[in-house]
Write a protein that binds this ligand. Structure first.
Ligand SMILES: Cc1cc2nc3c(=O)[nH]c(=O)nc-3n(C[C@H](O)[C@H](O)[C@H](O)COP(=O)(O)OP(=O)(O)OC[C@H]3O[C@@H](n4cnc5c(N)ncnc54)[C@H](O)[C@@H]3O)c2cc1C
Length: 282
């Protein structure tokens, strides 16, 4: 790695678990030591090279094996386009199934991350296919999408396990909410549904308003949810939830593709600062 790369990674370490499987498991063990569970993700997406897809599958198999042997408390998260969705649906489905099947034998849960809107139908199709045989799998749904409430209802009918996020991908007229209030209101609507009619689910956000409402609904509905946060974003909030006996998972991405991921987090930080500044100055 170049000198610039090495310097960059020192800063990015706040958000990523390093570049190797051993780095990621080391970061996971540290989080476990303070009561935080982990969701380990091997960075990389939009793969079109079969050799790279195979390497990704092998890496996940190694992570699962080592999570089990090193007693790491947590699960993994895979992205459809890193398992071959851009090569063919069948390539993706068989790789996904292979990982979930091996993870089931090792007692590890597998989340499917959600990517750009054009991948959603095929991602849900593969998830529902695997869910017919295995229960150690869950899927991410983005409140930013106009369709998500219906997707959640459909997946819940199959007792699917949902991780609710706002969504990190680009906005499109007629497909996503274009304003933050739309995304937030839909998040609250989807969360309400999950508390009433959903199977097990995760509230994955750093937003005080969403977390506060989730905690009120926990008390009202007499049921618990899981909370999910990204590594390095509001760690004191994660610790405060643990102190209140909540079940908290930290998403730990790792791998050579750390730059693009870190830039995405920087963009969100910049966006949050702009909102904060506009609130202070109004
Ligand atoms: C466990 C987990 C899994 C995820 N999986 C996916 C996925 O599969 N697909 C997908 O599209 N998205 C995923 N995301 C990302 C998600 O969609 C959002 O982009 C991200 O969580 C920011 O949204 P928010 O809910 O925290 O709310 P926001 O309204 O964006 O932020 C709420 C508050 O959090 C703080 N904050 C947010 N970002 C930063 C930052 N970078 N630095 C410092 N503070 C910050 C600020 O205080 C901000 O006011 C995931 C998020 C989590 C937590």
């Amino acid at each position: 790695m170049s000198l610039a790369g090495r310097i960059g990674i020192i800063f990015a370490r706040k958000w990523i678990g390093g570049t190797t499987v051993s780095d990621a498991l080391g970061a996971a063990a540290k989080l476990n030591a303070v009561g935080e569970k982990v969701i380990i993700n091997y960075l990389g997406e939009e793969l079109t090279d079969k050799a790279k897809v195979s390497k990704t599958v092998r890496t996940y198999i190694e992570i699962i094996r080592r999570m089990k042997s090193e007693s790491i408390n947590g699960c993994i998260a895979v992205k459809p386009t890193q398992l071959g969705l851009n090569i063919s649906y069948s390539e993706f489905e068989s790789n996904y199934e292979k990982i979930v099947e091996y993870a089931e034998r090792m007692g590890i849960f597998v989340w499917m991350d959600m990517e750009d809107y054009i991948t959603i139908d095929r991602s849900i199709k593969a998830y529902l296919h695997v869910l017919k045989k295995r229960r150690n799998a869950g899927i991410c749904i983005q409140s930013k999408l106009l369709r998500s409430y219906q997707d959640i209802k459909r997946i819940s009918k199959h007792r699917g396990i949902i991780r609710l996020v706002k969504g990190a991908y680009a906005s499109h007229y007629g497909i996503t909410y274009m304003k933050k209030t739309g995304v937030d209101n839909n998040y609250l609507k989807c969360m309400n549904y999950l508390f009433k009619s959903g199977s097990k689910f995760m509230v994955a956000t750093h937003d005080d308003k969403m977390i506060g409402q989730a905690r009120r609904l926990e008390a009202r509905a007499h049921r618990r949810t899981m909370f999910g946060m990204l590594k390095g974003i509001r760690p004191s909030l994660a610790r405060a939830l643990i102190a209140e006996h909540e079940d908290v998972y930290i998403y730990v991405p790792f791998g050579e593709e750390w730059l693009e991921y870190s830039l995405r987090r920087l963009k969100e930080l910049e966006h949050s600062m702009l909102i904060l500044r506009s609130l202070i100055s109004s």
